[in-house]
Write a protein that binds this ligand. Structure first.
Ligand code: ADP
Ligand code: MG
Length: 291
């Protein structure tokens, strides 16, 4: 399910035409990739991802999903929306059924899938996001915690069994445990099913840990793009675009500046710990560290 975006431009009606939300985006997302989209608030991240399943239509340019031009009048958008699952920012605002089971079943039911298969998918999706279908299923989604509601919303999209999962700030507003839970489920889904994941996030630690590749947006344009490690190697350019690097990358740079031979492209705490321990156990590293 490769996705190809060419010269995509989009302005909200009512918004100023002179400052479009997307000002010419070219982007390719390959099968099975885990791509992060970062950028300051208002840079166009949410607008961009809503084009990936035809929810928004380009003013100019085009979006191809598996070779199908979403702007084509004959494009089967229903089929596309099943293949490309979009989890909105604050998706719990879109829960509306009386029970969790009903809510998660809504999408697949609309695909005219036989009821027993819908049932299977609902149960599987709830288990995937760490919710017990027997315990949580009959409850009202509105009686759940914020983290649980978020997971129900994710399950609703997973029950469609999409090949591409697009997540707009899935961990925003959750407590540390809720964040860890939801990101862990996403990471496992990716590992077990090899689906393509597009993750919008403003948390640099999060994208460093999860993604293969980063796309940096600013003012509706791609300003930087590449393997996650390489993008975080460009801390000056990121800073100019209102973004930072993971704290651990800054710490590693500071240690290097002071003569410790930690690699320049450290992006996670685990990598940094490994690198520092290796230095510690090598005689030359120890001498340097004590100098
Ligand atoms: P991000 O997700 O990166 O914060 P958005 O895609 O939400 O950015 O917004 C991009 C630009 O489009 C911003 O200038 C924002 O104010 C504007 N915008 C977003 N949604 C709407 C809307 N529904 N109507 C008008 N303008 C909007
Ligand atoms: Mg947004």
């Amino acid at each position: 399910m490769p996705i190809l975006i060419e010269k995509l431009e989009y302005a909200y009606s009512g918004g100023a035409e002179s400052t479009p939300a997307l000002a010419g985006i070219d982007l390719a997302i390959g099968d099975g990739e885990f791509v992060g989209i970062i950028g300051p608030t208002g840079s166009g991240k949410s607008t961009l991802v809503q084009h990936l399943n035809g929810l928004l239509r380009p003013d100019r340019g085009r979006v191809l999903v598996d070779g199908v031009d979403l702007a084509d009048r004959h494009a089967d958008l229903r089929a596309i929306r099943q293949k490309v699952g979009l989890v909105f920012q604050y998706p719990e605002h879109q829960l509306f059924e009386e029970t969790v089971l009903e809510d998660v079943a809504f999408g697949p039911r609309n695909l005219a899938i036989p009821p027993d298969i819908v049932q299977e998918r609902v149960v599987r999706a709830l288990i995937t996001v760490g919710l017990d279908p027997a315990e949580i299923g009959p409850r009202s989604p509105f009686a759940l915690s914020g983290g649980q509601m978020r997971r129900v919303a994710l399950a609703g999209v997973l029950a469609m069994e999409p090949q591409v999962l697009v997540l707009d700030e899935p961990a925003a507003g959750l407590d540390p445990r809720g964040r860890r839970d939801i990101l862990g489920h996403i990471q496992r889904l990716r590992a077990e099913r090899g689906i393509t994941v597009v993750l919008v996030s403003h948390n640099m630690e999060e994208v460093a840990r999860l993604t293969d590749r980063l796309v940096v947006l600013n003012a509706g344009r791609v300003v930087l793009e590449g393997p996650t490690r390489e993008v975080f190697g460009q801390s000056d350019l990121l800073r100019q675009n209102g973004l930072g690097v993971p704290s651990i990358t800054r710490l590693a740079a500071e240690l290097r500046r002071r003569g410790m031979k930690v690699p320049a492209d450290v992006v996670t705490v685990e990598e940094a710990a490994g690198a520092i321990l290796r230095l510690w156990s090598s005689p030359s590293g120890q001498a340097r560290a004590h100098a």
